[in-house]
Write a protein that binds this ligand. Structure first.
Ligand SMILES: [Zn+2]
Length: 249
């Protein structure tokens, strides 16, 4: 049923990914909190002007997950994603914001349903489809989100995973080897969500454990609480030059 021509470059990628991972299965990622997007919380600016140069660490790997610009509703909570709820989000700029979703583990971009969503790097599809249904307290009903999960390997060997949530449909199947920029699905409003948006989480592979990190890195001299936490990891600026979704437009 599912036939496609696989270019030679993809076969090389498939070989690389096959080592130690003979059959793609959904990765056991760090647990996510149930979440909701607040549309009245759109952030068009960050409190600093984050760049690769201002980040504590940088590894140019990702391209933009969509074409164009969309406002950010929720950022990555460095204090702390999905494990600590202290009433505010601590951004990569060191700003505390009580209006964002506390404990948020990625970035939410508000966009119309049906916006094409792109793979941020060459990778393999580990999951694509409906999550198991779960109760969403904010909506007061059982919901199921459509998600895509990809696995990537940087040239230096570092492993990452990316998760694209709240989609309306998927355009890939498990095991597909895809290049950066390939359309993997369309944005939507599925799952525990009140408004159309893309939820995007990034994980770093640490010995087979996939830990949330901020793909915009960390831009303060003070230590990053998530890096200092035994459950956490150091964030890394992962965008290639000119590919980071902007905060000002
Ligand atoms: Zn989100």
């Amino acid at each position: 049923m599912h036939k496609r021509t696989i270019p030679a470059a993809s076969l090389v990628l498939a070989f690389v990914f096959t080592i130690g991972c003979s059959r793609p299965t959904r990765l056991s990622l760090q647990d996510r909190n149930s979440e909701i997007t607040y549309l009245d919380n759109v952030r068009e600016t960050a409190s600093c002007d984050p760049t690769a140069a201002s980040s504590n660490r940088a590894l140019p790997l990702f391209s933009k997950p969509f074409a164009g610009d969309f406002p950010v509703a929720n950022m990555f909570d460095h204090d702390k994603p999905s494990v600590d709820y202290n009433g505010s989000v601590l951004t990569m700029c060191g700003a505390r914001d009580a209006n964002q979703v506390d404990g948020h583990d990625g970035y939410d971009w508000v966009m119309p349903e049906g916006t094409p969503i792109r793979a941020v790097a060459d990778g393999i599809v580990m999951f694509a489809g409906l999550n198991p249904p779960g109760y969403c307290a904010q909506l007061g009903r059982i919901v199921s989100a459509i998600e895509v999960q990809l696995r990537h390997r940087a040239p230096d060997g570092t492993g990452f995973s990316t998760l694209y949530g709240n989609l309306s449909s998927v355009r890939v199947v498990v095991g597909d080897v895809i290049p950066a920029g390939a359309t993997i699905g369309l944005s939507g409003n599925t799952g525990c969500s009140t408004a159309p948006h893309l939820h995007f989480s990034t994980y770093q592979d640490r010995g087979g454990s996939f830990i949330f990190i901020d793909p915009y890195g960390w831009h303060q001299t003070a230590s990053d609480p998530w890096e200092a936490d035994p459950r956490g990891a150091a964030s890394v600026w992962l965008w290639r030059d000119g590919e980071a979704p902007r905060f000002r437009f």
